[in-house]
Structure formats: structure tokens, C-alpha cells
Ligand binder design. Structure first.
Ligand SMILES: [Zn+2]
Length: 308
């Protein structure tokens, strides 16, 4: 179900696959299921450019971004949602964060990882991420303490891990399918996914229906690459029983600024700031979410030191 293959065909798919990034939320009353689906190709391509992601890193971050955005759509308010995955694999930490407003940013520890499964040639996200670790979700609802939930990783393939999170942490049986298709030149051809969640009143019959539908269901990244929309993918599962309730545009957006870095630098030890002024004669700070750099000259640094 969690697809991702490097695309081997020669491609001239640009024209049929220039969909904007968006997410839909819906309900299938007859099946007691709520549904989410998204296409995230452009924002994952933007992340790839910011971080110089190699294909497996694009897949790991892209899958996590899609799942995080859909998780964000489950919230009614604009809470801050941060997902951190660390499975002990070569990619290190995968981190994504959104204010549940359709905007997301994120990064991986090592963007230059690339593994494929020998038998299929598919991107080995589980190998990159590893499965000895946890998936952590932090929800900041503006209360005193943010709420943190942690579950052990299952496979490191991301989709499985989010499905386990919904079951173990929220007791919601869920199907999570996320995928990223990467071209030979490392550009992202398609990215997105869907989440199907059984409502408390779901019956055995509803469960069997989903299980049956998911058997041999095509890889979501292949469907998106063929030009299928998120709505059309959900219709493949539920037909005209599907009711779309809302739609939201998605984008990569980093809210960093020189002022924010200034505030962070106030917390540095004074001797470290002194060294930046007198030994380095300035400092360059790089945003780990978008790669943008900010220059602080001696005067800037002295101002920060004075504020301490
Ligand atoms: Zn930034």
C-alpha cells in the first residue's frame, strides 16, 4: 500500500499533472467512515529544493508531510502540530510542523540518503528511517503545556506508523496510505495520500468493506501521477456514497525571520555571544526548515548581548 518507486519511464507528464496542492475532508455516512485525501507534489518539490533531498529523503519527508497535513485537517482549531519521527536509521530525524492551516514546513537529519529495495527497485523508506524508535506528535493548543503522544515505530514506512498512531494513541482504526513518486532527475512526480477512519458506530460490515477495498488497491502515488484527483481516489473506494465536506489549499511555508532568530540567540550563553563578536566578527544563522541564512554583524550581536 505504501508505494514509492523511482520512475523509470521517460516522462512527459507535466501537462496532465500540474494540479495545485490541496486536501479534501469528507464523510461516508453509509460506511461510518470519515476520509481525508491530499495531493502535495508542489510543496514536497519545494522542500526538496530547500534541503537538496535525495529521492528516499523526499519520500520520507513527503509521506510525513502528507500525513501531518491530513492529521492537521482533523483539528477544528489552528493548533500547532509537530510530528517527529526517529527510527535510528541513516536519515536521522524527520520533523514536520503545521498550524493546521494547510501550511507546512519540515526537514530531515540527513537529506543525502538513498536506498532501494533490491527486488522491486522501490525507494526503501523503512530502511532510511529505521524502525527502532518512535513517532511523536506534539499538539500545542495554546494551553499551559502542549500535549505529547508517543508510539513506537512499526516499520518506518510512515503510513503504517501513522495508522498505528491513530489506533494506539487515539483508538481510531485507520487506513493510512501515503506515497511519493520520484523521477530519475530527483524531482517529485507525485506525492499525496489518503486516510480512512472508522467512526465509533462502525460495524463489522464496514470494517470488511474497507479491508476488501484496500486489497490490491493501486499505489496512491501512481494514481496521482496518472492525474487522478484526491476526490477521484476516494471515489474509487466509496463511489457516490462519498460526501466531500471541505477543501483546503496546501503549501510549504516557513515563518522564520531575523527577529525570531534574535529572540532565540538571547538564550545563548554570554561568552558564546562575546566570541561571535570579538573572534568571528559576526555570525551567520541558517534556518533548518527552509535553509534561508541570516547575517548578524557585530552591532547586531552586541544588541542581543545588551538585551540579556
Ligand atoms: Zn525558515
Amino acid at each position: 500500500m505504501y508505494d514509492n518507486s523511482t520512475h523509470t519511464d521517460d516522462c512527459d507528464l507535466d501537462e496532465e499533472n500540474n494540479m495545485k496542492d490541496y486536501l479534501v475532508r469528507g464523510l461516508v455516512n453509509k460506511r461510518n467512515t470519515r476520509v481525508f485525501a491530499c495531493t502535495t507534489k508542489n510543496l514536497v518539490n519545494e522542500a526538496r529544493e530547500h534541503h537538496d533531498l535525495w529521492p528516499c529523503a523526499s519520500a520520507a519527508l513527503g509521506r510525513t508531510m502528507s500525513a501531518t497535513l491530513m492529521m492537521g485537517a482533523m483539528n477544528k482549531s489552528n493548533d500547532k502540530l509537530t510530528v517527529t519521527i526517529n527510527g535510528g536509521g541513516p536519515i536521522g530525524t524527520v520533523l514536520t510542523t503545521t498550524n493546521c492551516d494547510g501550511k507546512i514546513k519540515g526537514f530531515v537529519g540527513d537529506p543525502h540518503v538513498h536506498y532501494t529495495y533490491n527486488d522491486s527497485g522501490k525507494l526503501a523508506v523503512g530502511v532510511c528511517v529505521g524502525n527502532q524508535g518512535s513517532l511523536q506528535v506534539i499538539r500545542d493548543m495554546g494551553l499551559k503545556e502542549p500535549v505529547t503522544s508517543n508510539v513506537p515505530l512499526q516499520t518506518g514506512e510512515i503510513g503504517d506508523d501513522f495508522a498505528y498512531f491513530f489506533m494506539a494513541s487515539e483508538q481510531v482504526p485507520s487506513v493510512v496510505s501515503v506515497g511519493v513518486l520520484v523521477d530519475d532527475d530527483n524531482t517529485v512526480l507525485s506525492s499525496g495520500g489518503f486516510i480512512l477512519q472508522l467512526l465509533p458506530e462502525a460495524t463489522e460490515e464496514d470494517i470488511s468493506y474497507l479491508e476488501e477495498k484496500m486489497k490490491n488497491f493501486p499505489a496512491v502515488s501512481e494514481l496521482l501521477n496518472e492525474g487522478k484527483t484526491p476526490e477521484e481516489i476516494l471515489e474509487m473506494i466509496f463511489g457516490d456514497e462519498l460526501e466531500i465536506l471541505a477543501s483546503q489549499d496546501l503549501s510549504f511555508e516557513c515563518d522564520c525571520s531575523k527577529e525570531k532568530f534574535e529572540q532565540a540567540m538571547i538564550t545563548l550563553p554570554s561568552d558564546q555571544l562575546e566570541a561571535m563578536i570579538h573572534e568571528d566578527h559576526g555570525a551567520e544563522v541558517k534556518c533548518q526548515f527552509c535553509g534561508k541564512t541570516y547575517q548578524f554583524n557585530e552591532e547586531d550581536l552586541q544588541k542581543i548581548l545588551d538585551q540579556k
